[in-house]
Write a protein that binds this ligand. Structure first.
Ligand code: MRU
Length: 348
């Protein structure tokens, strides 16, 4: 069972995903600033895992506060939230978790709790965010698993597995795990997901741990395998889903969605409601992270491209809702028109 981030008496424990699959090393992050760096540097990544880590980062920063003045405590918490909020821009789970922890603080303050009591309340709420995330993935696995046929192959992009969430199930890989738990025979084709190779390094590693058959392909092979009839469903995760069902996910997802449409293959998105941003009317408003060009020009120390070349390194793209067959959340399966079906899930 993979749980990539944990709270402990020493701090926030993170499985260093930068080293997988060749090394399994845990880091103990002892300050909120180290947690923020851990998110920026991709020690932990994947939208729900980023949200859980940010909640723990706030709890850790609060725990480490040494003063006795409530205003100073509040100012410090605000600064911690701002620091964590600058780590990665696309995954809305980050901002969702920060907003929830802020509300928890305000409520505890209004109830007249002391600083030490509020510290404990924040730790408890961060743990609750983590537990709720795992429970959401379990339900996503259940609802999504029902959509997959026995003896089918799922193509996935990036890593939307236990590593990318609070753990255990994952979102897209949760759907696969849910179908397997129902006794279905499912295999996976994993896009390697250039440039950061989350598919090759993380999805392949995770599925091997669970003995789920997985075949690795380069990103430019997905059209070919679809054309050959090797793919019965595409399932991906998301970093932010707009109110109209436009889906931001790892760069290359849009291409896969268009190819799936061309070949009549269902394209499913699996994500908890903490990934749905009703304040973003469409995908146009979703901020897209651009990362260091070295991820493209180099592989570790090896230079692949000429010195000084212009490079674009968009980390995410937006798939328009018309390509999305269904969005699977912990509340069930939402279908078009998403503006109504997603909003309804929040009300249920
Ligand atoms: O840059 P990353 O590795 O954080 O990107 C992760 C993804 O794009 C995932 O597909 C997404 O966060 C969903 S994770 C359940």
């Amino acid at each position: 069972m993979i749980i990539p981030v944990k709270w402990s008496d020493e701090g926030v424990e993170m499985l260093d995903q930068r080293l997988l699959p060749t090394e399994e090393k845990w880091l103990t992050l002892k300050t909120y600033a180290e947690v923020a760096d851990g998110i920026t540097d991709m020690v932990v990544r994947g939208a729900p895992a980023i949200g859980v880590s940010a909640a723990y980062g706030i709890a850790l920063g609060a725990k480490n506060f040494v003063g006795t003045n409530m205003t100073d405590f509040e100012d410090e918490l605000e600064y911690i939230c701002q620091t964590l909020g600058k780590t990665r821009p696309t995954a809305v789970n980050l901002f969702w978790a920060i907003a929830r922890m802020k509300r928890t603080f305000q409520k505890a303050k209004e109830e007249g709790k002391s600083i030490s009591e509020i510290k404990q309340v924040l730790i408890e709420d961060a743990k609750a965010i983590h537990e709720e995330d795992i429970e959401s993935q379990r339900l996503i696995a259940k609802f999504g698993g029902e959509l997959l046929d026995d003896n089918s192959t799922v193509l996935t992009h990036c890593n939307a597995g236990a590593l990318a969430t609070g753990g255990v199930w994952g979102t897209a890989l949760g759907v696969v795990r849910g179908a397997v738990a129902d006794g279905k025979k499912i295999s996976v084709i994993a896009d390697e997901t250039r440039p950061y190779l989350q598919g090759a390094r993380l999805t392949a590693w995770e599925l091997l741990q669970d003995d789920i058959p997985v075949t690795l392909i380069t990103d430019n092979m997905s059209g070919h395998v679809m054309k050959k009839g090797r793919v019965q469903a595409v399932v991906v995760g998301s970093d932010r889903i707009a109110a109209n069902g436009d889906v931001a996910n790892k760069i290359g997802t849009y291409m896969v969605a268009v190819l799936a449409r061309q070949h009549g293959i269902p394209f499913y998105v699996a994500a908890p409601l903490s990934t749905v941003d009703l304040n973003c009317p469409t995908g146009e408003e979703i901020p897209i992270e651009e990362r260091n060009i070295r991820e493209i020009t180099h592989i570790q120390q090896i230079q692949l491209a000429p010195e000084g070349i212009d490079v674009s390194n968009y980390a995410f793209d937006v798939t328009p809702n018309e390509f999305v067959t269904a969005i699977i959340t912990e509340k069930g399966v939402a279908r078009a028109p998403y503006t109504e079906s997603l909003r309804k899930q929040f009300e249920d």
